[in-house]
Design a protein around this ligand. Sequence first.
Ligand SMILES: *[C@@H]1O[C@H](CO)[C@@H](O)[C@H](O)[C@H]1NC(C)=O
Ligand SMILES: *[C@@H]1O[C@H](CO)[C@@H](O)[C@H](O)[C@H]1NC(C)=O
Ligand SMILES: *[C@@H]1O[C@H](CO)[C@@H](O)[C@H](O)[C@H]1NC(C)=O
Length: 242
Amino acid sequence: MRSAVLLSVASALVVTTSATDAPDVTGNPSNIGYTAIIPSSGPISGEILIFAPNTGNGATVQVNLQNLPTTGGPFAYHIHALPVNSTGSCESTGGHLDPYTGTTPCNTPTPASCQVGDLSGKHGTVPYSSLVTNYGDAYLSLVADTPAFIGNRSFVVHDASGARIACANFVFHNGGGYSGPGSGAGSAAPTGSVGGGNSTGGTAPSKTGAVPSFTPMGAASVMGGAVGGVLGIVAAVGAALL
Ligand SMILES: *[C@@H]1O[C@H](CO)[C@@H](O)[C@H](O)[C@H]1NC(C)=O
Ligand SMILES: *[C@@H]1O[C@H](CO)[C@@H](O)[C@H](O)[C@H]1NC(C)=O
Ligand SMILES: *[C@@H]1O[C@H](CO)[C@@H](O)[C@H](O)[C@H]1NC(C)=O
């Protein structure tokens, strides 16, 4: 009986796991997050915060974009595979995060078939000049060395022509959401400046102390940026953009 069940599960997997379906991510650590803050040098402002709910299943995404152009939309936004390079060029970020060769354009009703990084394909573009939203996404990983890991990537905003009009790197921080311990999906995006340094739900982690126990691959030291690091990097990128 049991083996029959297992067999049917196995065959179901064979049938349903097409080459393009992203698997649901489980086991995401809920005590950390990654935030990409658009440098203040350009007209567009905002940030994207990605952390995990307490279940560890998938990720919660909070997007706050302001001052987008009044024409040229709707605006798409994605996680790109590569970080922004030292010159701050959004062209340096490669293509979308796409470990399972998803389809483009994304078929919104079947998000597993979409590119993992195609957030606006899965969750909607920005029709007007601003967007404040949050949602769950089942396919984003916060665990380094997994295919759908977002932590060493970048966030890129496009206009309707595809031009890259803003970008920022994800930076690790301790604490999941900014709204305090245990805040998870459904919490409102905080008002004011996310990443302002004092609302991060924890003391600024020291660089040497940033070896969280959750990381199975020992890669935490690579990601051991502190909140101060966020601001420093943003400042550096912003300066480079000027
Ligand atoms: C950054 O990326 C841009 C666009 O791809 C490229 O032209 C430039 O040479 C790169 N700069 C560095 C320092 O890698
Ligand atoms: C980012 O992390 C993934 C998974 O660990 C890895 O495969 C990829 O090479 C990394 N990319 C960069 C640009 O470091
Ligand atoms: C945090 O707030 C305190 C006072 O509320 C202030 O003294 C300190 O400079 C702030 N730190 C940062 C990083 O903004």
